[in-house]
Design a protein around this ligand. Structure first.
Ligand SMILES: Nc1nc2c(ncn2[C@@H]2O[C@H](COP(=O)(O)OP(=O)(O)OP(=O)(O)O)[C@@H](O)[C@H]2O)c(=O)[nH]1
Ligand SMILES: [Mg+2]
Length: 300
């Protein structure tokens, strides 16, 4: 009997720069190859996987994966098997700069728009340490880490004031307002709003809070609770549009820790697929395949 070639289900990755998209793909690939994905198995890989193998080697050396170039065209296309069912999924790994530019200029990049039009489901990436947590006393208790600030902080390249600001009596001019100054949660809502304007059908959405180790790891509040506490605007938006954007919130530590600060010997001897972990919406530990499995089940 001739094999029936099914069209790949496309999942679009939405996230600005350095939000953990490539790290998640690499860790997912490592989990699938090394039987750390529960009852989800990889049947075959379609397309080149060099960027994934290189990424896994980097994680093995306790180095972060390379950032994706704006003109990069890497993707993960795999056939998965689970409980006698097969599914081919395609995840294009594009640079977060495309999303950043789209939000800054309020114009869809044609490639990103095409991806969205063709996608049966989406993953939205936010990085835990990019989210500022404003306590009841109004104090910021967690903010962007110094080395890799959030896109909003990186993008303020407008000159602050002008030459006159240097004189003693001149008041510094505030920089002109631009969308790039909005915090990541506001930008995420902005992005989803544009997605909804553009799409007539429902789009199942897995929200991935990356660098979950920096949110407190396995002992932290469950991701769904964390989202409501730290990113209430996004949580309310998702609740309001749950019909068009059926969603689930996951905490993912693709690296299994922070390479800048972790020096534990135990972590060093572990393979990357044993270090990486995922926490489900209610706080239960799961495999890195969980978001994909949920999206496949929800999209069909
Ligand atoms: N602590 C910690 N940091 C992480 C983790 N995953 C990613 N990071 C940090 O986030 C940075 C960016 O991760 P990437 O996976 O390259 O992000 P990306 O979304 O692919 O970024 P672009 O390619 O620029 O769009 C890494 O260099 C790490 O510093 C994690 O599990 N834990
Ligand atoms: Mg990347």
């Amino acid at each position: 009997m001739a094999a029936v070639e099914l069209a790949a289900m496309k999942i679009v990755l939405l996230g600005e720069q350095a939000t953990g998209k490539s790290s998640m793909l690499v860790a997912l690939y490592g989990a699938l190859l090394n039987h750390r994905a529960g009852d989800t198995r990889i049947v075959r890989t379609i397309d080149e996987v060099e960027f994934l193998s290189r990424g896994l080697q980097a994680l093995g050396r306790r180095e972060s994966v390379h950032r994706t170039e704006i003109d990069g065209r890497s993707r993960l296309t795999i056939e998965l098997a689970r409980q006698e069912r097969l599914a081919t999924i395609e995840l294009a790994d594009r640079s977060g700069e495309l999303v950043k530019n789209m939000l800054d200029t309020r114009t869809w990049d044609p490639e990103l728009r095409r991806q969205l039009d063709e996608a049966a489901a989406a993953m939205l990436f936010l990085r835990a340490d990019h989210i500022e947590s404003i306590g009841h006393d109004g104090r910021i208790t967690n903010g962007p880490s110094a080395d890799v600030g959030p896109p909003a902080a990186e993008a303020t390249d407008e000159p602050v004031g002008d030459g006159a600001a240097a004189s003693a009596d001149a008041r510094p001019e505030p920089p002109p307002w631009s969308p790039s100054q909005m915090p990541p949660d506001v930008r995420a809502v902005d992005l989803l709003q544009s997605v909804l304007e553009d799409r007539a059908t429902a789009l199942p959405l897995a929200v991935v809070i990356s660098a979950w180790d920096l949110a407190g790891g396995i002992a932290a509040a469950p991701p769904a609770v964390w989202l409501a506490d730290h990113v209430p605007l996004l949580q309310q938006f998702l609740r309001t549009y749950a019909g068009q954007l059926p969603h689930r919130i996951f905490g993912v530590s693709a690296q299994g820790g922070d390479f800048r600060t972790d020096t534990s010997d135990a972590a060093e001897s572990e393979d990357p697929w044993d270090r990486a972990y995922l926490v489900g919406p209610e706080g239960t530990q799961g495999t890195l395949a969980e978001p994909i499995v949920w999206l496949i089940e929800t999209a069909v």
